[in-house]
Design a protein around this ligand. Structure first.
Ligand SMILES: Nc1nc2c(ncn2[C@@H]2O[C@H](COP(=O)(O)OP(=O)(O)OP(=O)(O)O)[C@@H](O)[C@H]2O)c(=O)[nH]1
Ligand SMILES: [Mg+2]
Length: 511
């Protein structure tokens, strides 16, 4: 077995948790040690991001857009009822993993996707593992899930069981240990227009999917998908502008979902998928050009509804139109026609680019980068630590539990590991487990959400002297708050925040 020092960790916090695991391994039971081995394996693996949300919200479509390949089945088929893990591999392949741990390879369908029907007994299936050569997967493992909060209780149960109870590569862990280590480390939560009150519930139920970890602004972002289907005129202040309407709705939903998620971004997953996965061809561009040439009245009629678009009499074959509709929906088609009107010579490549631009995918990717990739070290380390704690709790040996607890305390007392405490505090506040006045809650988020001193202090770009003084001022404030005025739970948070400011002050003063 490889040791911690030979491994590649995402950063110093993960490396510290890895050292903790290797240090403890000889001092714990065989079973707990096996759990620690799994924690170590996960620490060095790519960040696990689950795409979760209500049924038919467009999760699989978005997964395809992110991976850049139409590989996850969308719309119909039994596979939409299963969890699929997309991870990096040197050869493309898909495996069905059965509940009893056995595996069976399945071929891709003719278009390079996972077949919608697997030809196996679905009730026996635990989940699917897809190994793909796509570069994005080198540092993100993407987990497609069936709709949470759906009426299909069996799928929900399967997701929770799988992500909560998790799976391991080797299957050597007992269910309790698995439960302690498994679970996605980050969540991309997909909502559509009108998040209902119980969607918040679905987000909370995702906590089950992330096992012992809470989802919060450190490891969760949301997208408002299917922005193209929003009726702009029904959104106050949007006028006729669909994107403006989407932005306004996203803001509203952010009010509902924050601070459980870092952000809510509007997106058109369908257009992103079509543009990113080779789904938009020269033939499609040609068909759109033909449509653009139709007389104004026919074109207007076609664009009135999906039904009319495919059924109305016109020179472009109905089959071609159906394909366009499936790939772009009416909003995408209308945008493409406008682009052709503006420049009849526009190339297929340029049209594809336009679709991509209008999908909003770029901002989602950018947020994924800043929220997930940049913080992968902290997210993974916190997840690993939560697993270590859960493992020691499930061991049933009080001595072992104490040893693990002490080792974690020693680790967390080190200045370089204090960030883990901050992340924990932030998540407690975000999840509402500790209530704080809004301005203080916001301050906790700010301190914990960045690694840039200016951002942490809410004074981006200011001079070092000013930052140093302010860090000390806030350190003192939080210290006195922790002693006077705070509830016991708030006081624990306040201690952590005080120390974060104090360490920041030291670092600013010396650096
Ligand atoms: N108009 C429009 N349709 C979309 C968009 N994203 C997805 N769809 C369509 O919505 C339907 C459901 O998409 P999926 O990606 O299968 O949704 P899902 O959330 O994975 O569904 P389940 O796995 O069954 O819960 C498909 O017909 C997609 O083409 C979008 O941005 N705009
Ligand atoms: Mg799906």
């Amino acid at each position: 077995m490889s040791t911690a020092s030979e491994q590649h960790w995402p950063g110093p916090l993960s490396a510290a948790v890895a050292r903790l695991c290797t240090g403890l391994q000889p001092q714990v039971s065989e079973q707990t040690a096996a759990g620690f081995a799994e924690v170590l394996r996960r620490l060095s693996a790519p960040l696990q991001v689950a795409v979760a949300g209500r049924i038919k919200s467009g999760k699989s479509t978005l997964v395809n857009a992110l991976i850049g390949r139409r590989v996850a089945p969308t719309d119909v088929g039994e596979c939409t009822r299963l969890v699929t893990r997309f991870q990096y591999g040197t050869v493309d392949r898909v495996e069905v993993v059965f509940r009893d741990g056995s595996k069976q390879a399945v071929p891709f369908d003719a278009d390079g996707g996972i077949p919608a029907d697997l030809g196996v007994d679905i009730d026996e299936v635990s989940h699917l593992e897809a190994y793909l050569t796509n570069a994005v997967l080198r540092d993100l493992t993407v987990i497609d899930t069936p709709g949470l909060g759906s009426l299909d209780a069996a799928s929900v149960a399967r997701t929770e069981e799988l992500l909560g109870a998790g799976k391991t590569a080797d299957g050597e862990l007992d269910p309790v240990s698995r439960n302690a280590v498994a679970g996605a480390e980050a969540v991309l939560y997909v909502v559509t227009q009108g998040v209902r009150a119980d969607d918040e519930h679905a987000l909370a139920s995702f906590t089950a999917a992330t096992a012992s970890r809470e989802a919060g602004p450190v490891n969760a972002i949301a997208v408002l998908n299917k922005a193209d289907t929003i009726e702009a005129s029904t959104v106050e202040g949007a006028g006729e502008d669909v994107w403006k309407a989407a932005a306004l709705l996203a803001e509203k939903q952010a009010d509902l979902l924050k601070p459980k998620v870092a952000d809510v971004l509007p997106v058109i997953g369908l257009l992103a998928e079509t543009a990113e996965s080779g789904g938009f061809t020269a033939n499609d561009a040609e068909a759109l050009r033909e449509l653009a040439k139709l007389d104004g009245a026919t074109r207007e009629t076609l664009l009135m509804s999906a039904d009319l678009f495919t059924s109305w009499e016109c020179d472009v074959p109905a089959g071609t139109r159906s394909r366009l509709l499936e790939r772009m929906d009416l909003y995408g088609i209308r945008s493409a026609l406008e682009a052709i009107d503006a420049d009849p010579e526009i190339t297929a490549g340029a049209l594809r680019r336009r679709l991509l631009d209008s999908s909003g995918l770029a901002s989602v990717l950018q947020r994924l980068d800043t929220v997930f990739r940049a913080r992968a070290d902290g997210i993974k380390a916190a997840a690993g630590l939560a697993s270590v704690t859960a493992l020691s709790h499930s061991s049933g040996d009080p001595g072992e539990r104490q040893r693990v607890h002490d080792a974690i305390e020693v680790l967390l007392a080190k200045p370089e590991a204090h960030q883990l405490r901050v992340l924990e505090a932030l998540t407690l506040v975000a999840a509402g487990a500790v209530t704080m006045p809004a301005d203080l809650a916001e301050e906790v988020m700010r301190v914990g959400s960045s690694t840039d001193a200016g951002e942490q202090l809410g004074l981006p770009g200011r001079h070092r002297k000013e930052l140093t003084d302010y860090a000390l001022e806030r350190a003192n404030w939080w210290r006195s708050f922790s002693s006077f005025g705070a509830t016991p739970a708030q006081s624990r948070i306040a201690h952590v925040v005080h120390r974060a400011y104090f360490l920041l002050w030291q670092q600013l003063r010396s650096g």
